[in-house]
Write a protein that binds this ligand. Structure first.
Ligand code: EPU
Length: 338
């Protein structure tokens, strides 16, 4: 099934709840729909393209003069099951948390720490979504894509995807060149849960044994306690990435800020907590017009109602300047500004 619109409002396709229009909007439920459309329209190659799944990572500051492609491909199916490892394929349009829920209910471990992350399955490899000690790359086996130029389907092994922290080949070499149609995950029945993230172990113990079901419950509880629900307050999760800096820089900062949280990356570089840096600059809970910084998690910028994309972008730039001035650290956006 396809749906095609002109001058289409994207408000309900982005979690920031900001009004912006796309010149063209093409939604499809099968990759063959997309392939036919590409083959039938030579002009498709000329227009700007933007791929929107759940829209949980975009900030629109103006209308989009091009075509928005919205893969709404459904379906979850088991490809292989050897009793221990299970290969599961999910369509790009499956709501991410529905997929996690399915896995947990089937007793398949590996994605429970990624419970409640907004967005759809198709975005998981693009962003290499991550939370509570797990990243999508840990469980992705293959990514199936359609080439937007040749209209061919092909499948990529996880080793070809150049996964990094909130990063992949789909954000660089293959940006707007391919569209993810489905993702194959390798999950495990006899799962050992990952409780490496500080608060998780204590939270899980409130529910009983450390089973994948209880890990899901605990992650949901932690997220609900500090991350705003986009349906109630527009936001796109973490606005910035946690910055990775040299060890010497961390040591300098620790002289003045001995309580500063940081994590090892590769023995040499360290990751700082952007939320902490922003809070230290006094932005936590601040509000400028309808744009603001969430009161429980400074890394999340929110739309209190009628904020425009530019208003939120301006606040984010103010934060970026303040963090650079105080800590000499440049924050990079996780959110994509259109
Ligand atoms: N912190 C503060 N003040 C704040 C926020 C955080 O001091 O306002 C401190 C915390 O006390 C903690 C540290 O910063 O010591 C890290 O905070 P937290 O565990 O909440 O996680 P985060 O680093 O802020 C990252 C991800 C989240 C993910 C959580 C949990 C990024 C950019 N964000 O946030 O992912 O849910 O870890 O694993 O890596 C997302 O990407 O949209 C997202 C929500």
């Amino acid at each position: 099934m396809i749906r095609f619109f002109e001058n289409y409002s994207l408000r309900k396709h982005t979690t920031f709840g900001i009004e912006a229009k796309a010149k063209f909007f093409f939604e499809f439920t099968e990759s063959s729909d997309l392939i036919e459309m590409i083959q039938a329209n030579a002009s498709f190659q000329e227009v700007n393209k933007l791929i929107i799944g759940g829209g949980s990572n975009y900030l629109f500051t103006q209308d989009f003069d091009g075509i928005v492609l919205h893969p709404n491909i459904p379906g979850i199916r088991i490809l292989q099951d050897d009793g221990r490892y299970v290969s599961v394929e999910a369509g790009a349009g499956v709501v991410w948390d529905d997929f996690v829920d399915y896995c947990v209910n089937e007793g398949l471990g590996g994605v429970e720490n990624l419970s409640l992350i907004p967005g759809c399955v198709g975005a998981a490899p693009v962003q290499n979504i991550g939370a509570y000690g797990v990243e999508a790359k840990d469980v992705i086996e293959r990514v199936n894509v359609v080439d937007l130029k040749t209209a061919e389907r092909y499948s990529m092994h996880h080793t070809e995807c150049k996964f990094g922290y909130r990063n992949s080949i789909f954000k660089h070499e293959l940006k707007d060149k391919v569209i993810v149609s489905s993702v194959e995950f390798r999950l495990e029945r006899q799962n050992t849960v990952n409780l490496a993230y500080g608060r998780l172990k204590d939270e899980v113990s409130k529910y009983g044994d450390p089973t994948i079901k209880n890990v899901r419950k605990a992650v949901v509880a932690i997220r609900e306690s500090k991350l705003p629900d986009p349906l109630e307050m527009g936001n796109a999760g973490s606005f910035f990435m946690n910055p990775v800096v040299e060890e010497s820089h961390v040591n300098d900062l620790l002289q003045n800020y001995p309580d500063m949280p940081y994590y090892d990356v590769d023995g040499v570089r360290k990751k700082l907590a952007a939320g902490w840096l922003i809070e230290q600059c006094g932005f936590k809970g601040c509000r400028k017009g309808d744009a603001g910084v969430h009161q429980d998690q400074a890394l999340v910028l929110v739309n209190y109602g009628k904020a425009g994309g530019q208003e939120i972008l301006d606040l984010s730039e103010e934060i970026r300047t303040a963090v650079d001035k105080k800590f000499g650290v440049i924050l990079q956006r996780e959110v994509i500004v259109v």
